[in-house]
Design a protein around this ligand. Structure first.
Ligand code: 13P
Ligand code: SF4
Length: 377
């Protein structure tokens, strides 16, 4: 029953200039980098679109034409057929998604190719195909639908597209699961177990109806009967940033400030989400704080740069970071001013660096899974 995607060549091709050139930017004073980025941006004019994820640091996000969460940035990229270059200040899977959703003539650039996502790396095509094959020994595969979180490589999106499944983000995971359960009795959800579990529980699915697939173990570490019984198979993946928020942090804030509201991202563990007042995607978190009454008190469980920005933008509200640890996305942080300036000035000089290209046929199948996602919302 094996599907042929594992035989395909690697999905993404990236081109890179010698690192020595980049070294010149690394030693430039910050003010010079800022001025040069603005100048390059002006020179490139309408040809350039800079997209920035909300977790990006302030010195970089100031250059973004559009800020958003993963959903907003992918839907905006899909509408921007007229620009020539998209410089993506986010992580690798986001740039891949932008490339898939834009016409082939639009060049997508990731200023630092090392800006990956540790969660996305927790599921690869070989392991997911092996899981699928093992499930096929126990269950009719026509009864299972694969759904991938957008935080995954293009070949996994293609895997879902080819098998009738789709992609979801943290802002439409519920709609994606509902879409899946309307078509098949079981869902294989990867790579984030927490988003899958938290979302399904809010839909009335109990933890007893779920099992976790550990790719290191035969049958994911489950008894065959367990896999045959459960409705939702969750890949054993997590976000290294959001897993740092613990139930004891929530308890501490509640004790300290009885009127505090706890607002968290659904990549946090179930024990944290269960104790929170509100749960939602990055965009939801921003909207909630924007609409909150002056004087209200919040503890937020998501990436540090975003929480610090919210604190600055809403001085009339009391905002706390829901951890005593520094929970920041270290890979997102790799997109810094030297890399951005280097990528922009190369474009001005007519050179494309760090282009992200998703090849056929992965592109077509992944696009199908992404289009299904964009349609359900
Ligand atoms: P959203 O942008 O969908 O809220 O997800 C957060 C995230 O972890 C990005 O990788
Ligand atoms: Fe990946 Fe977590 Fe960083 Fe998001 S915050 S890009 S899930 S590592």
């Amino acid at each position: 029953m094996g599907i042929s995607l594992s035989l395909l060549e690697r999905a993404t091709v990236s081109e890179k200039l010698p690192a020595s050139e980049l070294a010149l930017y690394r030693v430039m004073p910050q003010q010079e980098l800022v001025e040069r980025c603005w100048l390059a941006k002006r020179r490139l004019g309408q040809e350039l679109l800079i997209l920035g994820h909300h977790y990006q640091q302030d010195e970089v996000i100031q250059f973004a034409d559009l800020r958003g969460d993963s959903y907003k940035l992918s839907s905006e990229a899909a509408k921007r057929a007229e620009c020539r270059y998209i410089v993506f200040c986010g992580v690798h899977f986001m740039a891949e998604t932008a490339d898939i959703l834009t016409p082939p003539e639009v060049v997508v650039i990731l200023p630092d190719l090392a800006a990956g996502c540790s969660m996305a790396d927790m599921a690869d095509l070989d392991s997911v195909e092996s899981c699928w094959e093992q499930l096929g020994e126990l269950i009719d595969l026509n009864d299972i639908l694969p759904i991938t979180y957008i935080n995954s490589s293009a070949d996994l999106k293609a895997f879902c597209g080819k098998l009738g499944g789709l992609v979801c983000t943290s802002s439409n995971a519920r709609a994606a699961l509902a879409w899946g359960f309307a078509r098949r009795s079981k869902i294989l959800f990867f790579p984030d177990q927490h988003l899958g579990r938290n979302t399904a529980r809010r839909m009335g699915i109990s933890v007893e109806e779920m099992c976790v697939w550990d790719p290191e173990l035969p049958f994911g570490g489950n008894e065959p009967a367990q896999l045959q019984r459960c409705r939702l198979i969750l890949w054993k993946g997590h976000c290294s940033v959001h897993q740092m928020f613990k139930p004891q942090h929530v308890a501490w804030f509640r004790k300290q400030y009885p009127d505090i509201k706890i607002l968290v991202h659904p990549e946090c563990m179930m024990e944290v989400v269960d104790q929170a007042d509100l749960v939602g995607s990055t965009e939801f978190i921003i909207k909630t704080i924007r609409e909150a009454p002056p004087g209200s008190r919040w503890a937020i469980g998501t990436e540090l740069h975003l929480v610090n920005r919210l604190k600055k933008e809403h001085p009339d509200k009391e905002i706390h970071f829901l951890s005593n640890m520094v929970c920041m996305c270290a890979t997102m942080y790799r997109i810094d001013l030297p890399h951005l300036c280097w990528a922009l000035e190369n474009l001005v000089a007519g050179r494309i660096v760090n282009q992200i290209i998703v090849r056929e046929p992965i592109r077509t199948w992944a696009r199908l899974a992404l289009e299904r996602m964009l349609e359900i919302r």
